[in-house]
Design a protein around this ligand. Sequence first.
Ligand SMILES: NC(=O)c1ccc[n+]([C@@H]2O[C@H](COP(=O)([O-])OP(=O)(O)OC[C@H]3O[C@@H](n4cnc5c(N)ncnc54)[C@H](OP(=O)(O)O)[C@@H]3O)[C@@H](O)[C@H]2O)c1
Length: 245
Amino acid sequence: MSTSASTSVKDKVVVVPGGTGNVGEGIVRAFLKAGATVVVPSRSQARLHALAKLLGPELAGNLKTVAAGYGTFDDADQLATRIVKEHGHVDHVVASVGGWWMGKALWQIDQDDWQKIFVDVATSHMALARSFIPRLTEDGSYTAIAGFSGKKPYPAAGIVSMQGAAQLMMREAFSAELDGQRRINDLVLGPIINRSRPGGDPSWLTADQVGEAAVGVARTPTIADEHIVLDTVEDLNKTLARMAG
Ligand SMILES: NC(=O)c1ccc[n+]([C@@H]2O[C@H](COP(=O)([O-])OP(=O)(O)OC[C@H]3O[C@@H](n4cnc5c(N)ncnc54)[C@H](OP(=O)(O)O)[C@@H]3O)[C@@H](O)[C@H]2O)c1
């Protein structure tokens, strides 16, 4: 792994699973603005079309969409194989998979809730990480997007917190096993201002600012094996200053 100062993501191949989502949109936009080729897989062709429309024709030129899921180990393996075949390699992955859910205490959830909110999301994160990390270029990086609820229980959203906590430990376990061979990090976000929630506390980050942080992580070879907590814009500014060295 290189230890030189900040690099460029121009012309790099960046895969953003979850790129169709509220936070993912900002991540995709930031990498496109920085000159990367961005590949977004989705279970829904309609959501891919909607993403391209949101980005606009100028930016969407370097957006490559793949109508395919990654909810099983086999599906994620096929996706990674296909993207490497089509683009030659993958430099960076930013996984922004899963979303918010609340409404039931843990003793009220049923098997379907558990499957959808814990099992399906945890399996997708694991499937993506195990398929893409071994295929990353040597100076590439893997970043998982996580939420504050993975560190702090949130009443009536316990399964989201449990999945988030499992995801944070998954990253730590990968870091321990990779032992510096590839860079892997997560961005632990507070509430995010996005297209579905266009207003909020002025201290909250926007989806585009999450994208700015994700590009910063990809560009900075010294950022490795970290939970990067981004609760507020002040956290973001400190993180960007640290990346600028
Ligand atoms: N929004 C916030 O304020 C906020 C705050 C803190 C943390 N976060 C974190 O940011 C990440 C993305 O959240 P978001 O708000 O952008 O969510 P979202 O708008 O619901 O988007 C979720 C994305 O995940 C993908 N996905 C793939 N498999 C999925 C599955 N089994 N279940 C649910 N989604 C699946 C979806 O892709 P398809 O196109 O295939 O549907 C979609 O692009 C999550 O890790 C979340 O914890 C968000």
